[in-house]
Design a binder for this molecule. Structure first.
Ligand SMILES: [Zn+2]
Length: 267
């Protein structure tokens, strides 16, 4: 189950019961210092209209709320790939307090004191944790990432580090829901290529010709189950970023003029 937390400093974020034991948080847009109508108020990405200092102040606020050090956070530019990095000491701060030297869409962490964040505004943030081996991961899953099975690739990286899929927990965060996410034939095609017949469960025929409604949260849930996770270890947030304009930024709802949320994890 997802629960809303209101930190002392005003930052509002969500946590998942399956990730108790690891520091994490799915930020909302509430509790920051951004004042532009489209970024107010907890915009956590550069290049959306806020000054650099404003974004860094927001990162500090989130860090303070969740309980980590902003200097220890990695969040490099995302490219809708299936590229996942194993976070190392030298990456600390990349894309946040210092220049990013790489691009990619996922992180695996096995070392204490390192944190990683996924940036989204409709795409699906997935956070993972194995309490047995103390390894965690985060992935950015838009439709390209989802259907290139980036969530499963994170599980594989975790198993490379000694984790058993059966002990891995996953929280699928706030994102656009199926009913609000109309897509074209290209996405439906990618869904079928990734999931075979199961694609029919989450990519249903839409109103207009050649249009579908696509449920990326369910897609990631299915992919994680196929990767060996127990159903009871997968927590799906029901909140829709497109519907909850007060709580979240939505790329679709705002036609691209929006801030960006972060979903962060680390030990
Ligand atoms: Zn919606």
């Amino acid at each position: 189950m997802f629960r809303q937390i209101r930190a002392k400093n005003g930052v509002v974020y969500y946590v998942s019961d399956v990730l108790l034991g690891v520091k994490h948080g799915f930020a909302t847009r509430i509790g920051g210092v951004s004042v532009l109508p489209h970024t107010a108020s907890l915009n956590l990405a550069f290049g959306r209209g806020d000054g650099e200092e404003t974004v860094l102040q927001n990162v500090e606020l989130l860090a303070d709320a969740v309980g980590f050090d902003a200097d220890r956070l990695v969040s490099v530019p995302q490219i809708h790939s299936d590229r996942i990095f194993t976070v190392t000491e030298d990456m600390c701060g990349e894309g946040v307090v210092k220049k990013a030297l790489r691009e990619g869409d996922g992180y695996v962490i096995s070392q204490k004191g390192l944190f990683a964040a996924i940036k989204t505004a409709d795409c699906v943030p997935v956070l993972l944790y194995d309490p047995e081996k103390e390894v965690c991961a985060a992935v950015h899953a838009g439709w390209r990432g989802t259907f290139s099975r980036i969530a499963e690739k994170a599980v594989e990286k975790m198993t490379d580090l000694g984790c058993e899929p059966s002990s891995i927990r996953a929280a699928i965060g706030p994102a656009i829901n199926g009913g609000c996410y109309e897509v074209g034939e290209d996405v439906a095609e990618a869904a079928r290529a990734a999931l075979g017949k199961k694609a029919d469960l989450l990519c249903t025929v839409g109103k207009a010709e050649g249009k579908y409604l696509c449920d990326l949260k369910t897609a990631n849930r299915i992919i994680l189950a196929e990767a060996g996770l127990a159903e009871e270890h997968i927590d799906v947030c029901e909140l829709c970023t497109h519907c909850e304009a007060e709580l979240f930024y939505s790329h679709r709802a705002s036609r691209g003029l929006r801030g960006t949320m972060m979903s962060v994890i680390g030990m």
